[in-house]
Design a protein around this ligand. Structure first.
Ligand SMILES: Nc1ncnc2c1ncn2[C@@H]1O[C@H](COP(=O)(O)OP(=O)(O)O)[C@@H](O)[C@H]1O
Ligand SMILES: [Mg+2]
Length: 279
């Protein structure tokens, strides 16, 4: 059997289409006897964006690595597209990752590879022919408005440009699930907003599902209260002070979920920790 037959097209459904795209059930993990995440339960439905807020060192990156199958939990179960990732054979997990795009913390680009090769990296590992790869790389760079940087190398790029490349790399397989690890970390406020606008564009153009971790409350506010207007090519406030019904906010506190709900629920929360967090 050739790989072409076994690897599903990225736009094809995978797993159980009626199941949540991501589901954590009683998930715990720790390192060297120190608990990092404790009894984490949440779901992300198709088209939903779950924004995970929490302090540095609070387990946000660990949560995304669990969601991507890069780390196994000590306890509990993680299902993606209705499938238990711990019991998937290694080769299937590889196939499976084509349906997931991850934007790593600090972009994690290969400095010795050009932008073109960074973006196409995951396709070259797999089945695609060169013509398809070239076309897809251009499409993705156009999406993040960085076509002109195609032959540059990461050390020649600004922090914001690196994030754009990281997003282009994550969407190259047209994944239905995006995992964003602190996409605005280390960026100035204006550049942060342009990256969040791009995350929103991805969300609203492709209606993908996403987990996004950030320490910036502002990111959650912007994503929950704006929508991308493709015609105008910019985000705009949702009319009548509305909020996006597909945005859920989750706040971590000492390894546990201290809050989950909409932005409105968050702002109304009487929990002293949340109020302090919002202050
Ligand atoms: N592979 C690992 N081995 C040991 N400790 C780890 C590992 N990955 C993360 N940790 C620890 O887990 C905790 C949470 O880390 P992390 O998820 O990176 O936090 P953040 O919320 O800042 O992303 C930290 O104390 C970190 O040192
Ligand atoms: Mg982190």
């Amino acid at each position: 059997m050739s790989t072409t037959e076994t690897v599903p097209a990225p736009d094809q459904a995978i797993g159980d289409p009626t199941a949540p795209v991501v589901s954590f059930e009683h998930v715990s993990i720790g390192f060297d006897g120190h608990p990092v995440l404790l009894d984490i339960n949440f779901q992300a439905r198709s088209g939903e964006m779950v924004i995970v807020l929490g302090p540095a060192g609070g387990g946000k990156s660990v949560l995304l690595k669990l969601a991507n199958g890069l780390l196994p939990p000590d306890a509990g179960r993680i299902r993606l597209f209705g499938m238990n990732i711990q019991t998937l054979p290694q080769d299937e997990l590889f196939t499976f990752r084509r349906h997931i795009g991850m934007v790593f913390q600090e972009s994690a680009l290969f400095d010795s590879l050009s932008v073109r090769d960074n973006v196409s990296y995951r396709l070259i590992e797999e089945r695609d022919n060169q013509e398809d790869i070239d076309r897809r790389v251009l499409e993705c760079l156009r999406f993040v408005e960085l076509e002109e940087a195609i032959d540059k190398f990461p050390p020649e790029l600004s922090g914001g440009m690196k994030r754009r490349v990281a997003i282009a790399r994550a969407i190259i397989t047209q994944p239905s699930l995006l995992l964003y690890d602190s996409p605005t970390g280390g960026l100035d406020p204006i550049t942060s907003t342009t990256i969040i606008e791009l995350v929103m564009k991805q969300r609203d153009v492709y209606e993908s599902t996403a987990l996004l971790v950030t320490h910036r409350l502002q990111d959650a506010f912007t994503l929950a209260t704006h929508r991308f207007n493709l015609k105008e090519n910019r985000m705009e406030r949702i009319e009548n002070d509305g909020i996006d019904p597909n945005t859920t906010i989750m706040v971590l506190k000492q390894g546990r979920i201290a809050f989950t709900g909409s932005l409105v629920d968050l702002l109304r929360s009487k929990d002293p920790y949340i109020q302090e967090y919002l202050a």
